[in-house]
Design a binder for this molecule. Structure first.
Ligand code: SAM
Ligand code: SF4
Length: 384
């Protein structure tokens, strides 16, 4: 491959890329994406040198891509204060715009052929998508060895955990920002923690591996941390604490809500071994510490701001409309769903994935004061 033929060099010149300041189309494609088909909606030919689906995807920084987070809906039955506006998101995909299960399966197949080993179904809230159990069964039947997980708020998990496990789901990460019912209700704008706890227990009983995700909200849920750790450990689950990210509604919260994980976890530090366990980048950005009692139990932290982990990033995101997002923090997307509907071959699609990867940023830039955080889209639209 010559220097000029490198995918990232070529991607910048692709005629299908809209110019940076150009308004995004409002015709049913992802309104948050700048990069899409050309004006006529035509699929541009891949270059002659791109003659095989890559067996291993890598981005412009040489990071290997092995993990796909696929949003199966951008709707949600909660409206967490850091994620969703009180009135809900305005730019939901209409049903016809959402990838259907065959489309999703075709794209996941393509990613699996390109080195992706782990797929996480997310949203919005994945359990509000009708037939989600059928989707899991369909994916499992086609990909027996793929690690298949889901991130969920668990409001509907009590009834669905067993069927999801039987369908072939391996693991769930459940959001739990408080155990106190009133505080949970406030943070989620209406959620019932009893239903969520029942969902978590059902997941454990069904044999799903369970992790709990708590977003750290300084001055709001600090006192919940010890109780969440105990609750998780009693269940055999792994608690993880996530630093608030300036995305969507999160960017509108007061500065006091942004608290570093080390500071928030200080009150339980004596219960943990000092060092972090060796990182396992293949499993994501969380870093873990063992319990000091030698039980082998763990606590995880996702230090999006206090200790940036982008150097080991191995992931891509697919929105419910089928936009490929190379980075959570970037508004750039590649309209894979539209390409697929325009008749793209697998090789055409693979080329566009390759091109999108060419512009994957080295880091999320959350701390870059010159970038306007308010333009970053909330996690429920991108796929958290
Ligand atoms: N609805 C599901 C859930 O809540 O688990 C899946 C989608 S949600 C967008 C995925 C994860 O993103 C959740 O763990 C949520 O807490 C996290 N999240 C959303 N907005 C965030 C923000 N601004 N900063 C940090 N984490 C955020
Ligand atoms: Fe819904 Fe999950 Fe966002 Fe909360 S974090 S509003 S549950 S998508």
């Amino acid at each position: 491959m010559t220097h000029d033929a490198r995918p990232h060099a070529t991607a910048r010149r692709l005629p299908l890329l809209a110019s940076p300041g150009e308004a995004p189309p409002r015709d049913g494609r992802d309104p948050t994406a700048r990069r899409t088909l050309d004006e006529a909606g035509a699929l541009r030919a891949r270059p002659a040198w791109f003659d095989a689906i890559p067996g291993q995807l890598a981005d412009a920084q040489g990071r290997r891509i092995t993990y796909l987070r696929a949003s199966i809906t951008d709707r949600c039955d909660l409206a967490c204060v850091y994620c969703m506006p009180p009135e809900g998101e305005r730019d939901h995909a209409r049903r016809a715009e959402q990838l259907d299960f065959d489309e999703l399966a075709r794209l996941i197949e393509l990613f699996a052929r390109s080195g992706v080993r782990r797929v996480r179904l997310t949203g919005g809230e994945p359990l509000v998508r009708r037939d989600v159990v059928r989707l899991v069964a369909h994916l499992r039947a086609r990909h027996p060895t793929l690690a298949l997980a889901m991130t969920t708020n668990a409001t509907r998990l009590a009834a669905l955990a067993g069927p999801l496990r039987e369908a072939g789901l391996d693991a769930v990460n459940v959001s739990l920002d408080a155990l106190d019912p009133a505080l949970f209700h406030t943070i989620t704008r209406g959620g019932d923690v009893t239903a969520v706890v029942a969902g978590i227990r059902a997941a454990r009983d069904a044999g799903l591996a369970v992790k709990l995700n708590t977003v750290l909200l300084g001055g709001v849920n600090d006192e919940e941390i010890p109780g969440i750790v105990d609750f998780a450990w009693e269940l055999g689950a792994v608690p993880r604490f996530i630093e608030l990210m300036p995305l969507g509604e999160g960017a509108r919260l007061p500065q006091a809500r942004f608290v570093a994980a080390a500071q928030a976890l200080a009150p339980i530090a004596h219960r943990l071994v000092d060092e972090h366990l060796p990182g396992d980048a293949a499993h994501g950005p969380a870093r873990y510490r063992h319990a000091a009692d030698g039980s082998g139990r763990r606590v995880g932290v996702i230090t999006a701001l206090s200790d940036v982990f982008c150097g080991a990033c191995n992931r891509l995101r697919l929105t419910a409309r089928g936009e490929l997002r190379a980075c959570l923090a970037s508004p750039d997307g590649m309209a894979l769903g539209a390409l697929l509907r325009a008749g793209a071959s697998d090789l055409d699609l693979a080329w566009h994935v390759h091109a999108a990867l060419g512009s994957k940023a080295a880091g999320h830039g959350f701390l870059d004061a010159t970038r306007d955080a308010h333009t970053r889209v909330g996690m429920s639209l991108v796929g958290g």
